[in-house]
Design a protein around this ligand. Structure first.
Ligand code: BGC
Length: 376
C-alpha cells in the first residue's frame, strides 16, 4: 500500500452563483461549501507499513463478518482515458482488494464519456445484483435518474469525483437512502491555484508592467463543478489579493491535453507577450499548455506562468524543473479509500454522511518532490 495524504472531512452543501471566464456569464450550480478554502492543508506523509496495512485490512474484513470476498462491487468510471481517473480507479481497486474483496468480484467499466453507455452499464450491474455500486457519472445532472433506479433495486450507491447537485444530495438525506458522495471541494483547488500566482508578487507576474494580470483560462468539462469552481476561484484569489485582472481567452479544453495545446497555441498566437498567466483546470491540460508555450518560444517562470491541478507525476516533475509554476494535489488516495470505506460501511448495514470530503494540497517547487515521492 502506498503512502497517503490524510484527508480532512468537509461538509455542508449550498447553492452558489458561478461566473465563468471572460464573458462573466453566470449560472446556478451546486457544490459543497467549506470555509477551509483559504487554508493550505499541510501534506502529512504517513508511512503505511505493509504489515500494518494488512492488519487493518483483516480488521475490516472481520468487521464485515469476513465475507467481503464474496461481495460484488460494480464501479462505473466516466472515461478510462482520463489520466486522473486512471490513478483513482487503480488505487480504488488495489484498496478494495486490500480490504478483503476478491479481484474477481470487482468489475470496473468504462463509460466512454457517454451517459447512455454508462446508464446501460448500471442496468447490467443491477441485473447482476451487485452488493454496492461506485459511480463516477458522465453527467452529474443524470444523478437523479441513476439514484432512482439503484435505490429502487436496493443497492447502496457511492458517487465519486463528479458531484451531483445540492438538491439531489438533499433527496438522499430526506429519504434516508444509502447514497453518498465522496470528493474534494473544487473551490479550494481554484483558490490554491490563484494563491500560487499571488505568492510570486504582482511585480514578478505583471510582466508587461501595465498594472494588470493578463491571463488565459483553459476549462475542463463545463458540466462538472470542478471546472466551474476552479475557473471562478483561481481568478477570485487574484482579485481578493488586490490584483487587477484581464481575461484574454477562456475556452473549454474538456480536461484533454491535445485540446488545451491547441487552445493555448491559438491564444499565444493572438495575444503574444500580453499573456502572463495560463490557468488550466487540470494537469493534463497544463501539460498541453506547456507544449504550446514551449513551441511559442516562451519560458515558464521567466516570461509566463502556468498552473494546473491534480499533481500528476509528469506535472510534478515539471514543477520541480521550473517548467510549471505549480499544481494542486488532488488526493486520489484519500478519495478512493474513502469511497471504498463508505461502500464497506453500507455493505455492513451502517450509514454514511451524505457528503464525504477531503483537502487539496498546493504543490510548488518547495514540496513537489515530497508529493512526487508519495504518488509514484
Ligand atoms: C480532475 C480532472 C479530471 C476530472 C474528471 C477532476 O477532479 O482534476 O483531471 O479530468 O476530475 O471528472
Amino acid at each position: 500500500m502506498k503512502k497517503k495524504i490524510i484527508g480532512v472531512i468537509l461538509a455542508t452543501a449550498m447553492v452558489a452563483t458561478l461566473f465563468t471566464g471572460c464573458s462573466g456569464k453566470s449560472e446556478e450550480a451546486a457544490a459543497p461549501a467549506t470555509d477551509a478554502a483559504q487554508e493550505e492543508a499541510a501534506p502529512e506523509a504517513e508511512d503505511a507499513a505493509p504489515a500494518e496495512a494488512e492488519d487493518a485490512a483483516d480488521a475490516t474484513a472481520d468487521a464485515a463478518g469476513g465475507d467481503l470476498a464474496s461481495k460484488k462491487v460494480g464501479v462505473c468510471i466516466y472515461q478510462f482515458s482520463d489520466n486522473f481517473m486512471t490513478l483513482f480507479r487503480t488505487e480504488l481497486e488495489n484498496y478494495l482488494i486490500a480490504q478483503g474483496f476478491s479481484k474477481d468480484n470487482i468489475t470496473i467499466v468504462d463509460g466512454q464519456n457517454d451517459q447512455a453507455t454508462q446508464t446501460g452499464q448500471i442496468d447490467n450491474f443491477i441485473n447482476d445484483k451487485v452488493d454496492v455500486l461506485i459511480v463516477n457519472p458522465v453527467n452529474s445532472s443524470s444523478a437523479e435518474t441513476i439514484t432512482d433506479k439503484v435505490v429502487e433495486a436496493g443497492i447502496p450507491l457511492v458517487y465519486i469525483n463528479r458531484e451531483p447537485s445540492a438538491d439531489e444530495e438533499k433527496r438522499w438525506e430526506d429519504n434516508g437512502w444509502n447514497v453518498t458522495y465522496v470528493g474534494c471541494d473544487a473551490r479550494q483547488s481554484g483558490t490554491m491555484q490563484g494563491e500560487m500566482i499571488v505568492d510570486l508578487g504582482l511585480e514578478a507576474v505583471d510582466l508587461n508592467g501595465d498594472g494588470k494580470i493578463q491571463y488565459i483560462m483553459v476549462e475542463g468539462d463545463p458540466e462538472n463543478v470542478d471546472a466551474q469552481y476552479r475557473t471562478e476561484f483561481s481568478v477570485k484569489a487574484l482579485t481578493d489579493a488586490g490584483f487587477e485582472v484581464e481575461c484574454l481567452s477562456d475556452q473549454v479544453g474538456n480536461w484533454q491535453q491535445a485540446e488545451a495545446q491547441q487552445i493555448v497555441a491559438n491564444a499565444l498566437g493572438q495575444y503574444t507577450t500580453d499573456v502572463e498567466v495560463v490557468f488550466c483546470n487540470n494537469d493534463a491540460m497544463a501539460l498541453g499548455a506547456l507544449q504550446a508555450i514551449e513551441a511559442a518560444g516562451r519560458t515558464v517562470g521567466t516570461d509566463i506562468y502556468l498552473v494546473g491541478v491534480d499533481a500528476l507525476s509528469e506535472a510534478l516533475e515539471n514543477v520541480i524543473a521550473g517548467t510549471m509554476t505549480g499544481t494542486v494535489f488532488n488526493d486520489h488516495f484519500s478519495q478512493s479509500h474513502s469511497a471504498a470505506d463508505a461502500a464497506i460501511r453500507f455493505i455492513n448495514g451502517e450509514s454514511n454522511d451524505y457528503y464525504i470530503g477531503c483537502d487539496y494540497v498546493k504543490a510548488t517547487k518547495d514540496n513537489a518532490q515530497e508529493i512526487l515521492d508519495m504518488v509514484k
